[in-house]
Design a protein around this ligand. Structure first.
Ligand code: SAM
Length: 228
C-alpha cells in the first residue's frame, strides 16, 4: 500500500486533489454546481471589500488561488490579479476559468513562499480557505512573505475557521475522531484569533483588525507607510 503523503507535501497532496474540475471544486469550497460555486466567490469578494477593499489601480495577489473562484470576481475590479498556488492542476483550471480576463498572471509557488514575486510590488494580498490546510509555520511564512511583496501602505487579508467558536469546535471534534494514521494530509486545522493576530503583528503589520462574529476568523492589516 502506498504511504500517505505528509501534510507538508503540499504540491503532491493538492495536485492529487485537483485532477478534474469537479474534484477541485469540491476541495475548494464543497460545491460543484456552477451558479452555487460562483455565488461563494461573490460572498468572499464582499468580505474583501468590507476589510482591505479592492481598488481599480490595485495589484492584487491571492495565495492559494485554487481554480480562480475569487479571482474571477476580483480581477475585473483591479489593475492586475496575480493568482499563486502550489498545485499546477489548480493553476491550469484557473487559466481556463479566467481566460477572458487580460489582467491575470499565474504563479506556481513552492508551498511556503512567494518566490518569483518582487519586493514591494503588490497593493493587496489575500489568502482565503487555505490556512486550515497549512502547518502553522507556513501560515506565518506566507504572512511574512506578504509583508515583503506588499508596498508600504499595502493591505493583507487572511482567514481560517475559529477554534474558539462552536462551529470551529465541532470541526475539531469531527476530525479528532480520525485515528492518527488515517488523518488525511489536507484535513482542516483551525486557528485561534490570538494565533493570527500574533502572526500579523510579528510580521510587522499595523492596524490589525479582526472579525469573529461567526465560525471564522477574518483578519486584516496594513504594512506601515513609512516602511522602506
Ligand atoms: C480550499 S482551496 C481554496 C482555494 C481558493 N483560495 C478559494 O478560496 O477558492 C485551497 C487551495 O490552497 C492551495 N494550497 C494548499 N497548500 C498550499 C500551499 N502550501 N501553498 C500555496 N497554496 C496551497 C491548494 O492547491 C488549493 O488551491
Amino acid at each position: 500500500m502506498e504511504h500517505q503523503a505528509a501534510r507538508s507535501e503540499y504540491k503532491k497532496v493538492w495536485s492529487a486533489l485537483s485532477t478534474t474540475e469537479n474534484q477541485a471544486k469540491l476541495h475548494v469550497i464543497g460545491v460543484t454546481e456552477e451558479a452555487a460555486f460562483q455565488a461563494t466567490g461573490e460572498e468572499t469578494l464582499r468580505f474583501l471589500q468590507q476589510s482591505v477593499g479592492i481598488g481599480k489601480d490595485d495589484v492584487v495577489l491571492e495565495i492559494g488561488c485554487g481554480i480562480g473562484r475569487v479571482g474571477k470576481v476580483v480581477a475585473p475590479l483591479c489593475r492586475k490579479w496575480i493568482g499563486c498556488d502550489v498545485a499546477s492542476n489548480m493553476l491550469s483550471l484557473t487559466a481556463k476559468r479566467l481566460k477572458d480576463l487580460s489582467n491575470v498572471e499565474l504563479v506556481e509557488i513552492s508551498g511556503h513562499d512567494l518566490g518569483g514575486v518582487a519586493d514591494a510590488s503588490v497593493d493587496v494580498v489575500y489568502c482565503t480557505v487555505v490556512f486550515m490546510h497549512l502547518e502553522s509555520w507556513d501560515r506565518y511564512n506566507y504572512i511574512s512573505e506578504a509583508f515583503r511583496v506588499l508596498r508600504p501602505g499595502g493591505r493583507i487579508y487572511v482567514d481560517n475557521i475559529n477554534l474558539c467558536s462552536d462551529g470551529g469546535w465541532k470541526v475539531f471534534e469531527t476530525h479528532r475522531a480520525f485515528s492518527p494514521a488515517d488523518r488525511p494530509p489536507h484535513m482542516t486545522q483551525n486557528s485561534t484569533p490570538q494565533e493570527i493576530e500574533t502572526y500579523l503583528k510579528r510580521a510587522g503589520f499595523d492596524e490589525v483588525r479582526m472579525r469573529t462574529d461567526d465560525d471564522w476568523i477574518r483578519a486584516w492589516g496594513t504594512k506601515p507607510k513609512e516602511h522602506l
